[in-house]
Design a protein around this ligand. Structure first.
Ligand code: UDP
Length: 235
């Protein structure tokens, strides 16, 4: 028995670069694909949103003199590159995946709609939903919250490099404590930056819980679905 029937997994672009400083590390990509394949084999309907920070972030462009909107569009295209890479890695695991794009660019991907994404999920295909929200000034955390709500996912799984939410930065503060559970209200009062505020508010207002967990530890994604207590649930 799996704990959730339909999930939305958020992967940061940065984590795809592994130990490299830039781009896509194929070892890391294949590890992620293996973990995702395990979920699909358990019958979990899996939607995925990937960031683009390993290739380009809009804000970093403004420092180089780029227009913010153009920079954000470059960032959104970066998420499409990562999504294509993941879909191809999943195919190598014999998992069917479809790439949707929030900005029209057939034949690179199908133009996203809630209906098409849900249809894919119901067929057991992984729906990789790319190009963020399609709008500048948003993040892929917000895009993943939006797609999770739209596709009626039970939970958003935020795969990170840390094993959960802490009261302070565990690398700087030896007294930092990890939460097993924390409410959105407490996240605000403690000023914990798990995601940007737009994303957090969207989750809170739509009663979408978020599980923050370490995706870089092999087998963790499956553990989440089989009900092991890992990571931190934000509710
Ligand atoms: N982006 C955007 N609108 C969106 C989602 C993303 O403009 O709806 C752009 C933005 O420039 C962002 C970049 O795409 O910096 C990459 O996304 P993000 O920084 O969220 O990636 P991550 O940090 O997860 O790698």
């Amino acid at each position: 028995m799996v704990k959730y029937k339909r999930i939305l997994l958020k992967l940061s672009g940065e984590s795809l670069m592994g130990n490299q400083g830039y781009g896509i590390d194929e070892t890391r990509l294949n590890e992620y694909a293996e973990q995702i394949a395990e979920l699909v084999k358990l019958g979990v309907q899996t939607g995925i949103v990937i960031g683009g920070g390993n290739i380009f972030r809009g804000l970093s462009g403004t420092g180089k003199g780029f227009d913010r909107v153009k920079g954000d569009q470059m960032g959104m295209l970066a998420t499409v590159i990562n999504s294509l890479a993941l879909s191809s890695a999943l195919k190598n695991q014999n998992i069917q995946a479809r790439v949707f794009t929030a900005i029209r660019m057939e034949p690179v991907g199908e133009y996203y709609s809630k209906e098409k994404a849900i249809e894919a999920l119901q067929k057991g295909e992984v729906a990789i939903i790319s190009a963020g929200t399609g709008n500048p000034y948003f993040t892929t955390d917000t895009a993943s919250a939006l797609r999770a709500v739209e596709t009626e996912a039970e939970i958003m799984l935020k795969g990170t490099r840390v094993d959960g939410v802490y009261s302070a930065d565990p690398e700087k503060d030896p007294d930092a404590q990890k939460f097993d559970k924390i409410s959105f209200a407490e996240v605000y009062t403690r000023n914990l930056r798990i995601m940007d505020l737009t994303a957090t508010t969207l989750c809170q207002e739509n009663n979408l819980p978020v599980l923050v967990f370490n995706m870089d530890q092999k087998g963790n994604l499956k553990k989440v679905l089989t009900g092991e207590n890992i990571g931190t649930i934000v509710y």
